[in-house]
Every structure is written in C-alpha cells, then in structure tokens.
Ligand binder design. Structure first.
Ligand SMILES: [Zn+2]
Length: 316
C-alpha cells in the first residue's frame, strides 16, 4: 500500500514538474515573439533547417533568389514590397515556384519577364499568371516564323488574355523604376534568327548594387550589347545560357566585371555548365555559384553590402 502511494506521489511530482516546464517554455516563447516579432521564428526555423530556406533574406531590403529549378531559369527579386519574376522553369516545377513565392507572402508580381519562349523558361508561367496578380508583363518580339506553338507557350498567351494583361516589348536602351529598383533594358539589341539571342537582358540596380540577368543570351547578343555602348557593369552576373560555351565571352566579362556569378543549371544531356565557361570565370577571379551544387542561391543586400546564402551550405 505504502509502495503504491509512493509511486503515485512520484508520478504526480513528475507531472507537476513537466507542467511547470511547459508553462515556463510557453512564457519564454511569448516573450520572444513580443520582443522580436515573428521573423525571429522564421530565422530559428532556418537555423534548424526546417524547410524555411526562403526566409534567409528576411530583414534585407532587397534580395535576389536564383531558384534551383534544374537546367532552367526562374529568378525572384524582391525589394521593399515590389516583386519581379524572371522566367518560370519547366512546367513540372510549378509547385516548387508557387510554394516558394507563397512562403514569401507574394501576392502581386509587379513585373513578370519571359526572357524568351523556350520551355525551360516559359514552363509553368501560365500558372503563375493564373495564381498571382501580374502588374506588367514583358517578353521579346519575335519574327513570325519564330513564334512557338508548343503547349506551355500557348497556355501562357491564353492566361494573359484571360486576365487582360498586355504584352510589353523590351525597349532596349530604356530604363524605368519599380519602387526603389532601377530597371535597365540592355537587350536584345536586334531581332535575331536564333531564339536564345532574343533573350531579354536587364540590369537591376538598388542603391550601389547591380545585378545583370542575361536569360540565354549568347555571344552574338553580348557583342551587340557591347557595341551599343551601354553600361553593362554589375556586381552579380546571372550567367547566360546555363553556362554554355556560346555565352559569357571574355569581351563581355571585361565590360560587366562582376564580383560574383551564378549559373542556373542541373543535370542535362548537354552537360552544362561547360568547363570553358567555368575556367573563364575562374581566370577572371569571379566567385561562381551553381544551383546544381549550391541549391537555391540568395543574394541579399541593403544596397551597400552583399550577403550570399546557399541552400546547400552557407558559402558566403
Ligand atoms: Zn534556357
């Protein structure tokens, strides 16, 4: 009887101790939330690697997210509540791109850009148009015989039409502002017979930091941008055409002079990026990130300094 009573008391003590700990823990959680707000929790999740990687850039006024969409492009840029999406990966990546934007609480996309209508860029863009509020849309003007007829492209045209979104053509040499970001359209300089060269090339400047996005533009397009005499200089270069050897010429690097480069790439029959490109970037002392090795890469800035976060290990 005595034994039974003792064990009952022990159990009761244990329960009281556990309950007290729970109360203390809850009070501590509430105190931290009240003192620092919700973002602290996002950062805690980030440190704990609970699939909250997209929050790395929280607290920075501007960030550029090179999404890991394999050998394709999808780049999300956000600055003080204004959002830009360049390309949308392949069709099967809709859930990934959509979830990524949703996690960042994106509802409006101020500028959606299709650099050029190849499937690894146009892929899931129609679903993005259906799902988000698109304020403006840009894609290159193509010669009649180059207009594609594949499904994801036609679906995109339907989605744009349904929402009455007009298609802006890139006006090379012109600049405009989206919030605090300056957007300069640098290419395509001409209409080309080769689709990749028709890629929209834009530079985004936020205070003292500049990012250059080249789509799949190749050396032909690079040469014409150089000839036009535009200021191509940038801190970060999104390497053209997934690191293929037909882009990122030495002449182009001389003009851009980036400190960092990032290649959006994954397993592919063309075995990109090519060694020549990687070596050229190395020889120019450009620190290069690759989505196939680093996962999604985030550049976060206050306009003066730059922080780089890699999903597969922080390499900054
Ligand atoms: Zn591509």
């Amino acid at each position: 009887m005595k034994k039974k009573l003792n064990s009952l008391f022990k159990k009761k003590d244990l329960l009281i101790a556990l309950f007290s700990m729970l109360i203390v823990l809850s009070a501590a959680i509430i105190a931290v939330i009240e003192a620092f707000g919700i973002p602290v929790w996002k950062n805690i999740f980030k440190v704990c690697a609970v699939n909250e990687y997209s929050y790395c850039a929280d607290g920075y006024p501007m960030s550029v997210h090179i999404l890991d969409v394999g050998k394709a492009d999808s780049i999300f840029i956000t600055c003080e509540g204004k959002n830009i999406l360049i390309d949308a990966g392949e069709t099967n990546l809709y859930n990934f791109v959509n979830e990524y934007l949703k996690k960042l609480n994106v509802k409006d996309i101020d500028q959606l850009i299709l650099t050029h209508p190849h499937s690894d860029h146009v892929g899931c863009m129609s679903y993005i148009v259906d799902e988000f509020n698109i304020r403006s849309f840009m894609m290159p003007y193509l010669k009649d015989d180059m207009v594609p007829t594949f499904k994801s492209y036609e679906r995109l045209l339907d989605s744009l039409d349904k929402k009455n979104i007009k298609i802006d053509k890139p006006e090379t040499g012109k600049g405009y502002n989206i919030g605090d970001m300056r957007i300069d359209v640098l290419g395509p300089v001409y209409q080309y017979d080769e689709m990749n060269s028709n890629s929209v090339v834009i530079k985004i400047t936020y205070k003292n930091k500049k990012f250059l996005f080249t789509g799949d533009a190749g050396t032909e397009s690079e040469r014409d941008m150089i000839s036009l005499g535009e200021d191509l200089s940038a801190d970060v270069l999104k390497v053209g055409h997934h690191g293929s050897k037909t882009a990122t010429s030495q002449a182009f690097l001389n003009r851009v002079q980036p400190l960092y480069a990032v290649i959006s790439v994954g397993e592919d029959r063309n075995k990109l990026p090519k060694k020549e490109t990687i070596n050229r970037l190395k020889e120019n002392n450009i620190k290069t990130y690759r989505t196939d090795l680093d996962g999604t890469v985030i550049f976060a800035t206050d306009g003066e300094s730059l922080q780089i976060f890699c999903e597969k290990g922080n390499k900054n």
